[in-house]
Design a binder for this molecule. Sequence first.
Ligand code: OGA
Ligand code: MN
Length: 288
Amino acid sequence: MSLEITPCDATLGAVVRGVSLKRLDDSTFAAIESAWNEYAILIFPKQCLSHEEHRAFTRRFGSLELSIRRNRPKTTGQLSNVQPDGTVAPPESLQAQMLLGNTFWHSDSSYKRIGAKASILAAHIVPNQGGETEWADMRAAYDVLDNSMKAYLDGKIAVHSYEFSHAPFGGMKVISADELSHLKPVEHPIIRTHPVTGRKNLFVGRHASHIMGEDLEESRKLLADLTTEGAQPPRLYKHQWTPGDLVMWDNRCVLHRGHQWPDDQPRTMVRTTVAGDGMDAEWLLETA
Ligand code: OGA
Ligand code: MN
């Protein structure tokens, strides 16, 4: 097998073939890591990893991050509308509502003090239409801002909040008061520099509530507009899943969102998360 990396027809993304993530030697891993830094999202068709293999691949990039449910650690998070009894959760259920929140552009865990580095998502059960996932290149979105907007945003800080983004989707019902006390609003610069590539990017998305020191409603609208305008072609890649596919992305410079699918069809995805550098130990499952 030889590694084959084919860039997508967009400013981000590449499809990687000719490798099994079940068996990854160090030089192939290094080539994948460097392609990931360049393309920000990598698509690995038909990997069909077990949960353990999925976790093992994830660990090569750093420590696994715990979900919002700190006291109920799950190392391999399921995003699924299938209920424990095997039936599909009805659209009005809390389970389905929480998934609906993912259909808005976001960067995973940006409501934490240090957001996620990588997310690694694999398809297990997919609907026969819809249910795609889409990514937006916020490096390229920064590049096309006009100079006055770049200057305006320089040094500005956005407040990111779990409660702000999740409350409309039942997010306050799924966590305890103790868990919420560890998810207080946090501050992130709107323009960030990627630690590896040095490229600037626009760090916005659904968890970003408002800009510090500015009018709440006006700055909220500006953040929403920056997200919408940033997430436009040619800065988009949308993936139509086949069971077994695995995609990994860099939350430090891309946004993503899911697309809806027919309510009565099951969809089960499995996601692991690599904690951002410098993340507090309380959020780490283990040290890499
Ligand atoms: C995620 C996510 C969207 C989807 O896994 O973090 O937002 O399409 N997923 O399932
Ligand atoms: Mn997500």
